[in-house]
Design a protein around this ligand. Structure first.
Ligand code: AMP
Length: 414
């Protein structure tokens, strides 16, 4: 299928062409025609599937078909859970709207509100926002949502995880009743379905299989290691493998900071990105990482959510997430846009239940291995084939350590 058959205007096709896309992704093929038919859509799609263009392109088409109203009120609102995702969606809107008469902007907290207010005052057709700043500006009567025709709730599952339900409900109460609604979520829990029922009007459900998980593009690996040795092993893997661009996930902000400090001390340039970092520090870290001046980005799940870092060769789970679906989100950062990638998880004995949950979700076991010199104490006997078999932890009082039959890391540079 080509983009030409989706019913998009020449100006939008030109922008798509400029981006170098040759054909629409599955979610784009499904969602774009439905949105153009003005249907409410409930889409199951995570970052990496091309979901952003899947809603931005048809919105641009719909809104640019009618002449802009003279005072240019906000006609479309895209709500995202994080500042980074908001900034990324806005970047996409700017790129796709390059050849149409269209104004858009983004607002989020942690930065001065004045420039944001000035832009809105001059009139924008589409606003990308995080809930807090949006409500804040609305409460100050600095913006109106009374003309919104199309409402998008992006990464709805993460919105709920971050405790935004009440804010979402407040925002919806500010929108006109008659509007088109689009909701994107990677997972569909009971709460998400309940939220969808309150927002969407006879929605059509569309689904995009998370490409990264099903495709062979991502190699999943587990290295069994004791908690106390993870930092040293991480440094060894990165330096000996000469890995140039690595995204590392930790469970906590404190853990992210600590690891980042140790990496930097070992001469591996790194930056941490999490909720306690000021917005400009987060932006600088992400920019440095994308440009290659920062080799390692250490992130918590929420901060990393939705980050668009194309062609990422290495993702390390320094700690496994305790929610299995978060593994899928993390891995969505690698092997994208047709490139191959590696997802490596460092697993200590306390995390084996999490690993089981993840393997169940993926419907396959992840090859598990041990690195020489980093043998975990909880595996007592010499493993015969530890590259394929998942070994249960056992108490080891003997002090015996297995010899590794696999002296990875290998250099997997492309
Ligand atoms: P998203 O899932 O919206 O975060 O998009 C993930 C990445 O895929 C972004 O870097 C997009 O620029 C890119 N992308 C979106 N649509 C396409 C397409 N049809 N072909 C190739 N890349 C795409």
């Amino acid at each position: 299928m080509s983009f030409n058959s989706l019913g998009l205007s020449e100006s939008l096709l030109k922008a798509v062409n400029k981006k170098g896309y040759t054909q629409p992704s599955p979610i784009q093929q499904k969602a774009i025609p439905l949105i153009l038919e003005r249907k409410d859509v409930l889409a199951s799609a995570q970052t990496g599937t091309g979901k952003t263009a899947g809603f931005v392109l048809p919105i641009l088409q719909i809104l640019s078909e009618s002449a802009p109203l003279s005072r240019r009120p906000i006609r479309s609102l895209v709500l995202t859970p994080t500042r980074e995702l908001a900034a990324q969606v806005y970047e996409n809107v700017k790129e796709y709207s390059e050849f149409v008469d269209f104004r858009s902007t983004v607002i989020f907290g942690g930065v001065n509100q004045k420039p944001q207010v000035n832009t809105i005052r001059n009139g924008v057709d589409l606003l990308v926002a995080t809930p807090g700043r949006l409500l804040d500006l609305h409460n100050q009567k600095l913006l109106s949502l009374a003309s919104v025709e199309i409402f998008v709730l992006d990464e709805a599952d993460r919105m709920l995880d971050m405790g935004f339900l009440k804010d979402i409900q407040r925002i919806i109460a500010l929108l006109p009743n008659k509007r088109q609604n689009l909701m994107f979520s990677a997972t569909f829990s009971h709460d998400i379905k309940k939220l969808a029922n309150t927002i969407l009007n006879h929605p059509v459900a569309v689904e995009a299989t998370p490409e990264n998980i099903t495709a062979e593009k991502v190699e999943h690996r587990v290295i069994r290691v004791d908690k106390g040795q993870k930092t040293e092993l991480t440094i060894k893997l990165i330096t000996e493998g000469n890995w140039k661009q690595v995204l590392i996930f930790t469970r906590t902000k404190h853990g992210a900071n600590k690891l980042c400090e140790k990496l930097t001390k070992s001469g591996v340039s790194s930056a941490a990105i999490h909720g306690n970092k000021a917005q400009n520090a987060r932006t600088a870290a992400l920019d440095g990482f994308k440009k290659g001046t920062i080799r390692v980005l250490v992130a918590t799940d929420i901060a990393a959510r939705g980050l668009d870092i194309p062609l990422l060769p290495h993702v390390i789970n320094f700690e496994l997430p305790n929610i299995s679906e978060d593994y899928v989100h993390r891995i969505g950062r690698t092997g994208r846009a047709g490139a191959s990638g590696e997802a490596l998880s460092l697993v200590d004995h306390e995390e084996l239940d999490y690993l089981r949950g993840i393997e169940k979700l993926l419907s396959h076991k992840i090859p598990s291995e041990i690195v020489s010199g980093f043998e975990p104490k909880d595996i007592p006997s010499e493993p015969k084939d530890n590259t394929r078999n998942f070994r249960r932890p056992q108490n080891n009082n003997s002090g015996n350590r297995p010899k590794s039959n696999n002296n990875r890391p290998n250099d997997r540079r492309r």
